[in-house]
Design a protein around this ligand. Structure first.
Ligand code: PHB
Length: 391
């Protein structure tokens, strides 16, 4: 009799668990989203988070049995100290399982050692300096790298009769990467670099640089600038100071003609040729569905751009990894599940390189054109399966 009672008492919790829903309630997966939500780069955070939310709206918010919870933090701009503190607080206080976001390189680089020490997966949704992924074994990048986007335009320019180029880049990680890759690939293809300048990341005044370029009379300027007020200011100066009229062309990575700010840059961008991995005009069912869902989720204030696409794909990658690990976010298992992952993104097919944890993707050559009265980057050539050539 006594032993029967004991058996019943032991079996009771198991019985209750079955009655409550067959599986034990799993705690949510908390994702700490660190990005720029205020200051001159505020659109970066809005686009990234907008892309993440779009994926969750389209696909539900539970993967591998665990619900996703986003804990969002603002770096306020390129602020490595703030980014690092936020990452530490997210891990110790908010107990997040995964770090994600990162529009700007300095913020990603500041958080990388925190990811390595705390053994937390870190999913990069924009920051594009080549070395970032080497700074923690738990970093996976779903966005792009500057060398990856730059090499195709250098080769395209040389093939299309451009011989003498002046380079102008923003003076920090992605700009330095873009300049190095452009110079290398353009020279290797027979081109000549007439001169190179680097402009400050904070509040650059382009006037003296534009004058110098005008006096040097190159056939084209190769440009990398982080999109926003600076790209708008640069294009304005290019037109106002007569470089366009002097027949000096612009070639650039698509950061310059970012879908989110293209309309604000206006007519002077018409005909501009760039290389990039995402265009809102990319003609595929996945992209059409993505744009529709993005607008339904976030409204029409911003046209979704490459950062929104990377936020969406980053969230998709997290979801796929959780399905594979059965909800585990253990850094080794989670990152292991992401290595070699293939997805059909709104931008086309993408893969996470199992060796470098960096993205492999198609880079398109595009021209700014007007469609139904609006400016778009229309793709007309492509380089498939481009790895980061910087590694
Ligand atoms: C970066 O800081 O890594 C960065 C920012 C904007 C871009 C690309 C890269 O368009």
């Amino acid at each position: 009799m006594k032993s029967t009672l004991r058996r019943v008492l032991i079996a009771l919790p198991v019985l209750l668990w079955f009655v409550a829903g067959a599986t034990p309630a799993q705690s949510p997966v908390r994702i700490g989203v660190i990005a720029e939500f205020s200051g001159p780069f505020a659109d970066y955070g809005a686009q990234i988070l907008g892309g993440m939310k779009t994926y969750l709206r389209q696909n539900g918010d539970t993967f591998g049995g665990r619900k996703i919870e986003l804990v969002v933090k603002d770096t306020t701009g390129p602020s490595p100290d703030v980014a690092k503190r936020l990452a530490q607080e997210l891990i110790t206080r908010d107990e997040v399982d995964i770090l994600a976001g990162f529009g700007l390189t300095p913020n990603a680089l500041a958080v990388a050692p925190v990811s390595a020490e705390a053994k937390k997966p870190m999913v990069i949704m924009n920051a594009a300096t080549s070395i970032i992924t080497t700074r923690s074994p738990y970093i996976v990048r779903l966005s792009h790298t500057l060398p990856q986007d730059t090499q195709p335009i250098a080769q395209w320019a040389a093939k299309n009769g451009i011989r003498r180029v002046f380079t102008l880049v923003s003076d920090y990680g992605p700009g330095v990467d873009a300049e190095a890759m452009f110079v290398k690939a353009f020279k290797a293809a027979g081109g000549e670099i007439v001169d190179s300048v680097r402009t400050p990341l904070a509040n650059p005044d382009f006037a003296p640089f534009l004058q110098r370029i005008k006096d040097t009379r190159p056939e084209a300027i190769f440009v990398f600038l982080p999109p926003g007020s600076q790209t708008i200011g640069f294009i304005k100066g290019y037109e106002e100071r007569g470089l366009k009229d002097a027949g000096i062309r612009i070639i650039a990575t698509g950061d310059l003609t970012d879908d989110g700010v293209l309309q604000a840059m206006g007519e002077p961008t018409l005909g501009l040729i760039t290389s990039f991995h995402y265009s809102a005009a990319h003609d595929s069912p996945e992209n059409k569905a993505f744009i529709k869902a993005y607008v339904e989720t976030n409204g029409t204030k911003l046209r979704p751009n490459f950062m929104a696409c990377a936020g969406y794909d980053g969230m998709a990658a997290i979801a796929e990894a959780l399905k594979k690990t059965g909800g585990s976010t253990d850094a080794e298992r989670f990152v292991g599940a992401l290595k070699g992952l293939k997805l059909m993104s709104p931008r086309g097919p993408i893969m996470v390189d199992p060796e470098t944890r960096d993205i492999v993707q198609t880079v398109y050559i595009r021209r700014v054109e007007k469609i139904d009265g609006l400016l778009y980057n229309v793709e007309f050539d492509k380089f498939p399966d481009v790895k980061d050539p910087g590694k």
